[in-house]
Write a protein that binds this ligand. Structure first.
Ligand code: ZN
Length: 88
């Protein structure tokens, strides 16, 4: 899985955050990670733009698996019906 690195101060404009689309300008902090094949992803530092496990792989099967785990986690604390539908 890709490892996320944090840059505290971008040396130059980094383009748009891959999630919210906000421009990451020179001097701003940002996160980035890259895949062996398939390039680099960049995100701003907002909490909602924190990369999920499914964002950190470009293996389609793994991404599907992680997305399922994430929906299970978001269903946790809900009632059992929620959990059952998340498993579906
Ligand atoms: Zn963002």
């Amino acid at each position: 899985m890709a490892r996320v690195k944090v840059v505290k101060k971008a040396r130059k404009d980094q383009g748009k955050c891959g999630r919210c689309g906000e421009e990451i300008k020179a001097g701003m902090p940002y996160r980035h990670w890259s895949f062996r094949y398939g390039g680099t992803r960049k995100r701003c530092m907002k909490a909602e733009c924190f990369p999920k496990m499914s964002d950190l792989t470009n293996n389609e099967k793994l991404a599907t698996f992680y997305a399922a785990v994430e929906s299970l986690e978001s269903a946790r604390g809900g009632d059992k019906d929620d959990l059952a539908s998340a498993i579906d």
